[in-house]
Design a protein around this ligand. Sequence first.
Ligand SMILES: Nc1nc2c(c(=O)[nH]1)N[C@H]1C(S)=C(S)[C@@H](COP(=O)(O)OP(=O)(O)OC[C@H]3O[C@@H](n4cnc5c(=O)[nH]c(N)nc54)[C@H](O)[C@@H]3O)O[C@H]1N2
Ligand SMILES: Nc1nc2c(c(=O)[nH]1)N[C@H]1C(S)=C(S)[C@@H](COP(=O)(O)OP(=O)(O)OC[C@H]3O[C@@H](n4cnc5c(=O)[nH]c(N)nc54)[C@H](O)[C@@H]3O)O[C@H]1N2
Ligand code: SF4
Ligand SMILES: [Mo]
Length: 741
Amino acid sequence: MADTSTALRICPLCEATCGLTLTITDGRVTGARGDADDVFSAGFICPKGASLGELDNDPDRLTRPLIRRDGVLTEATWDEAFAVVEQRLGAVIAEHGGASVGMYLGNPNAHTVGGSLYAPLIIRGLGTRQVFSASTLDQMPKHVALGLMYGSPISFTVPDLDRTDYLVIIGANPLVSNGSLATAADFPGKLRALRKRGGTLVVIDPARTQTAKLADRHLAPRPGTDAALLFAIVHVLFAEGLVDLGGLADHVTGVEQVRTLADEFSPEAVERACGIPAGQIRELAREIAAAPTAAVYGRMGTSTVEFGTVGSWLVDVINILTGNLDRPGGTMFPLGAASAAPRPPKPGRGFKTGRWASRVSGYPEVLGELPAAALAEEIDTGGDGQIKAMITIAGNPVLSAPDGDRLDKALDAVEFMLSIDPYLNETTRHADVILPPPPPASSAHYDFALNNLAVRNNARYSPPVLALDGRPDEPEIMSRVALVLYGVGAQGDPALVDGQVIATTLTKEVEDPTSPVAGRDVGELTAMLYPGPGYERRLDMMLRLGPYGDAFGAKADGLTLERLKANPHGIDLGPLRPRIPEILRTQSGTIELAPEPLVADVARLRDALGRTAGGFLLIGRRHLRSNNSWMHNLPALSGGSNRCTLQIHPDDAADLGLTDIAVIKGPGGELLAPIEVTDAMRRGVVSLPHGWGHNRAGTGQQLAASSPGINVNQLNDGTHLDPLSGTAVLNGIPVEIAAAG
Ligand SMILES: Nc1nc2c(c(=O)[nH]1)N[C@H]1C(S)=C(S)[C@@H](COP(=O)(O)OP(=O)(O)OC[C@H]3O[C@@H](n4cnc5c(=O)[nH]c(N)nc54)[C@H](O)[C@@H]3O)O[C@H]1N2
Ligand SMILES: Nc1nc2c(c(=O)[nH]1)N[C@H]1C(S)=C(S)[C@@H](COP(=O)(O)OP(=O)(O)OC[C@H]3O[C@@H](n4cnc5c(=O)[nH]c(N)nc54)[C@H](O)[C@@H]3O)O[C@H]1N2
Ligand code: SF4
Ligand SMILES: [Mo]
């Protein structure tokens, strides 16, 4: 008789953070379904979550460390692997300093306890400025816009999906992605509910996506022109007297400056560039202004383009000018339970980028990071400050960043490379040591990052479901690396790392007169912490200091980890609530509608309006059963429509005489791909998914390698960036298409 039980686990695979009920049979995950009692996701699940068992049990997932012996990656014990890290990383640091070590942090860091609580300690331990992440392939423009307007790059504005009357989705496809920078389980259901209650859904996307098919109206602009389109909406709001700041009136500065800037972006001035008739832009602006509540929500298609930061800014500008920011039904600021408790409003230090610049191309630093597209040149260009060793954590930049071939060669040449990753893939195959974290079911989960993006405030925690069998968990792996950097050595006690963070945090808190624990005793507070592993102690500390916390016993019903654990389906903390002015940290203490760096970039946008482009523009696409580069190895998610094809409009295909294989030529190279004819593509636009190209030797994902696809990012040469954020242009790339042969 099999021994079967169930256990709860929050899904770590995308930003929707669904609660899952896992079936455990004989110590393995054998099934996953939606947890109907989860306070946030209420039973929603997608095919990826449903395949969590396959992911947990994937035979290609590394269970033991690999170390390079005589050029070959071979299995080793944990002690051996940490000893190599200590010796080889130590040698590079001794010779060239911690600043010579480059770090690349990939997407799953936003979903793991390790990435949230421990990766920052490794960066600090190195003292390096060579820090790169998937953010500059993704949402960095949004951070910059938020930082400049509100004073903090992590004060996210999210659409109040459950209450809005009018939702504009620009450059996102949540029916497939399940939402991004707007954490909402069952995004599809929320869009349907919006329409059911009489609301309106508008989708702006060059492709008629699954989301567009659900919309009341779909506008299909030319790729890369969102900023111009959004500016035209702003223009109409001013020109037709539709600006109404509502309750924000006392908190916004720079309105007149924006009015002046918008002058030259009339719908008529942008219609040719955007490929949207002026009348339709006007109508959209009027409807947004007239709706009882409205929310404009922009994502990848607005972000990873030439004017990504300006576009992300204008999304918020429209929400502000129509009085929709910070009110129910508009766009609001979530308040996560592990974030700092709100303090009284006060002017902040403001937000600055460019505190230093990248060594080779002089790209400005943004949030302490340099552009991922510049990682290869920082490794392969000699001279002072060159990267000599690399650490990658949960990332696959050889496939996810532009010009992976160059990075591939560069990584081969570093003196030492460490990867913390469960797979031997296109990037980690260059490592000298791979330290594999355990699978999701053996890891704890709390959404430190994504709870600050949730469309409804909530707190949920999953302790590990399965035992570790003597392996270190990811917090321990990262702690041991940090101990090497602190000079303690990998055999030191990992609890030291958490102890240090707790002591530093509490010392600061008790000295802060606005803290909920002002004036208390650090020793007394420390003794009160939950008696669990280090990450649980830290989570308990954060919750208790946080906005809903018990302030270490001072608030009777406040949140603690103990209370959270007693509610395994989570604790609902209610709908989003207004947070202005408390959240503002600009120097002026206001919402700055016209920050200088954004104003300065407008001329570049205006100049681009006159550009006449021939040829095709390439955009990306995601698939429901795929996740960037790393889930092509699971049988349940492979095959069917999840294929690496070039989608093209039938008339374009006919004009070019395309029947099966196309040659695609971009600024960085040339690729061959099978075509998929579909009238969902706008004419003149073609699409390829990313994360494919599993044909390099020496990787360890057998199923993925059997249908490798091509790496779209090889069409990119890595020199095209949104200058304000350093984000690579991944959408709207000029390409030439021809029939192969
Ligand atoms: N052309 C084009 N390129 C794109 C995009 C696009 O739309 N078009 N999208 C961009 C975006 S939005 C992103 S976020 C990036 C993603 O870029 P990356 O983050 O560089 O790539 P991923 O494919 O997400 O790789 C994730 C890695 O994390 C590992 N991993 C999985 N779980 C864990 C874990 O629990 N711990 C650890 N340590 N590792 C884990 C996986 O094995 C894999 O190696 O790609 C970007 N690249
Ligand atoms: N199934 C699945 N889910 C995922 C992922 C995955 O790989 N697969 N990846 C996760 C990650 S890391 C992220 S960041 C999110 C991304 O989440 P989303 O941003 O929702 O996902 P995308 O599919 O990249 O949507 C971008 C849309 O922008 C459109 N687009 C391209 N160029 C332009 C343009 O110039 N203007 C406009 N208006 N639209 C344009 C594209 O056609 C596409 O439909 O998804 C996450 N969820
Ligand atoms: S939508 Fe995202 S969080 Fe929910 S089950 Fe699917 S992958 Fe997991
Ligand atoms: Mo992403």
